[in-house]
Design a protein around this ligand. Sequence first.
Ligand code: AMP
Length: 120
Amino acid sequence: MPYDNNNIFAKILRGEIPCDKVYENEHVLAFNDIGPQAPTHVLVIPKGEYVSQDDFTNNASDAEIAALWRAVGYIARDVLDLADAGYRTIQNTGPDGGQEVPHFHVHICGGKRLGRMIPE
Ligand code: AMP
């Protein structure tokens, strides 16, 4: 699946639509999810053009991959203060994974007991 430059997160990265920014560095941008499914629900995205986790882990550089996961940990611990209580990261991939936005993103969800990982 080729990268779609018109996806909503590409528009956020270009500054064409706003986001509620939580953190940014050279490689990543993090912002609050517009439809939060937990008291804290933040999305962390790479600035590079990757469709999904599959695309990212196969095609991103080691530096981009390290930066993304370092940022996820930093944001959860130092920005959102979730490390002690715990939290969940989710990466939906493709149709069966329920991915809606075709730019790779990590959900950080927390702020309450989240229950079963996959509802029956
Ligand atoms: P996924 O189903 O894993 O692709 O998740 C996409 C997420 O993006 C959903 O949780 C949406 O609520 C969120 N989302 C969609 N548009 C925006 C936006 N403009 N700003 C912030 N979050 C968004």
